[in-house]
Design a protein around this ligand. Structure first.
Ligand SMILES: [Zn+2]
Length: 252
């Protein structure tokens, strides 16, 4: 490029520049998509990438999840990062695939975003049909899940006592949240979840639909909307799933 010539023509209107732009070889410019990949990231830049080898079942039909399912692990709850790694190791044995958010808010990702794996089991949702696992990415959150109150103490199903300040009581059924005692997601986990969901949308706005950010409890009923089989996220999340979708919409 002859920059002196460009400078000398700047005052003559844009035509020279328009012609110049046509000649620039954008194939070599910095924003060229990487060949062989779509123009979106396959790994969340903030995620800790693991190499556990979770099993995927194929590619999403649009090469990207069209939404997400929010879960809790209800596993042997531990605040350590290792607890998330252990869950992924368990998932590999069981044939499940998902992203996971540790108690400290760290997101762990083992498989690329264009490949789907099982995480939701029998499921159904209006507009998605049954078996949502091959359409929506699973996001597990390390959490003890639904609790049982015995006396004035709270216990997970595997009988670990959960301190009262980590318990949320849902007193009346509201949206996807049903009555009961739930282990609260940590603040770091909720922040990480919202940030991840906003990123999933912004990373591929064409394919990802915020209305398809669903709770496992929303899709696990026999006819789609029902609260029969799964309770996650329920009252572990500080808001209903409708409120979460609206919050994500307000941030994109
Ligand atoms: Zn679940």
């Amino acid at each position: 490029m002859d920059f002196d010539k460009i400078k000398s023509t700047l005052n003559e209107g844009n035509e020279y520049l328009i012609e110049l732009v046509k000649k620039v070889n954008f194939e070599n410019s910095f924003n060229k998509p990487i060949k062989g990949l779509k123009n979106f990231e396959l790994f969340y830049p903030k995620a800790e990438k693991t190499t556990i080898g979770l099993k995927t079942r194929g590619k999403y039909s649009s090469d990207y999840p069209i939404g997400a399912i929010v879960h809790f692990t209800a596993g042997q709850f531990n605040k350590n990062r290792q607890s998330a790694i252990d869950t992924l190791t368990w998932a590999k044995q069981e044939g499940y695939t998902f992203m996971i958010i540790a108690y400290d808010g760290t997101v762990l990702q083992d498989t690329p975003l264009n490949e789907w794996g099982y995480h939701a089991g029998e499921s159904n949702w209006n507009g998605l049909g049954s078996s949502v696992s091959n359409k929506l990415v699973g996001i597990e959150i390390c959490n003890a899940g639904l609790l049982e109150k015995k006396g004035d103490k709270y216990y997970s199903w595997f009988n670990t006592e959960i301190p009262e300040d980590q318990v949320r009581e849902i007193r009346i059924n509201n949206d996807n949240q049903v009555k009961g005692y739930f282990h609260k997601y940590s603040e770091a986990q909720e922040e990480a979840l919202i940030e991840l969901l906003v990123w999933l949308k912004n990373n591929n706005p064409t394919n990802f639909n915020v209305d398809y950010i669903l709770g496992h409890d929303e899709v696990s009923g026999p006819k789609g909307i029902g609260y029969s089989r799964k309770q996650d996220p329920g009252g572990s999340l500080s808001m209903t799933m409708t409120e979460l979708r609206n919050l994500v919409k307000s941030k994109i």
